[in-house]
Design a protein around this ligand. Sequence first.
Ligand SMILES: Cc1cc2nc3c(=O)[nH]c(=O)nc-3n(C[C@H](O)[C@H](O)[C@H](O)COP(=O)(O)O)c2cc1C
Length: 224
Amino acid sequence: MDILDAIRKRKSIRGYKPDPVPEAVIREILEIASRAPSAMNTQPWEFVVVAGEPLRKIRQGCAEKLNAGESRKPEHHVVGWTNDSIYRVRQVDLAKHIFQVMDIPREDKVKRAAWMERGFRYFDAPAAIVIFVDKTLSETGPILDVGAVMQNICLAALHFGLGTCIHDQGVMYPDVVKRYAGIPESKRLIIAISIGYPDEENIVNTVTTTRESIESLTNWVGFP
Ligand SMILES: Cc1cc2nc3c(=O)[nH]c(=O)nc-3n(C[C@H](O)[C@H](O)[C@H](O)COP(=O)(O)O)c2cc1C
C-alpha cells in the first residue's frame, strides 16, 4: 500500500472479527514499526503482544475494576483539557458522533456504560500490543518516541489487512495488565493497541473523524 494511502486510510477500528492474528504477522509489523526514529536512537519502547487466555483475563480484570468504580491509575500522563477549550469541544463531538452511529441516546446510561466498557475490554480484539518503557526513563521523555512507533504499528498493520485502535483505556488499570501480560513493576505502561481483522458489519467502524483545516493551524513564514 502506498504510504500516503495508508496514512489517509488509517482510522480507529473498534469492532473486530474473532479470527486470530498470526504471531508471525504481528512480529513482522513490530520489526517494521521499530524503524521509527527515537531520540539519539534510544529506542525506549518495549512491547507485549497478548492474545488468547491472558487477553481474556485482562479484559475481564479491567472491566471488573471499571464496573466496581475503582479509580484509574494510569502510569503515563493522560492528556487533560479545560471544559471551555476547543479540545473539550472536539472530545464531545467525537463522543456524540460515536453514540449517534451506535444509536445510543444521551440519557441511556446503561448503553453508555456498556460502550465505555468496550474500550476497557480492548474492543474484544483477538490480539493487543501493549507498549511500555522502563521506569528509569524520565516520565514524559520517551512519549514522542513511543508515539512514532505506535503510529508505525497502525500503518504497517494496514498492509496485512489489519485494523487497530490505539487506546489508553487499556492501560488504566496497570496492575491487571502487568499481572496477566507478565510485565514487571519496573516498567511504565504507556498505551495499548487493539489489533485484528476489521468487522465490516460492525457499524462502529463507519465512524470517520474530521480534522481541522491546516490553514487554521499553520502560519507560513518566509514563503513568497
Ligand atoms: C494517545 C491516544 C489515546 C487514545 N485513547 C483512546 C481510548 O481510550 N478509547 C478509544 O476508543 N479511542 C482512543 N483513541 C483513539 C482516538 O479517539 C482517535 O484516534 C481519534 O478520535 C481520531 O480518530 P481516528 O483514529 O479514527 O482517525 C486514542 C488515541 C490516541 C492517540
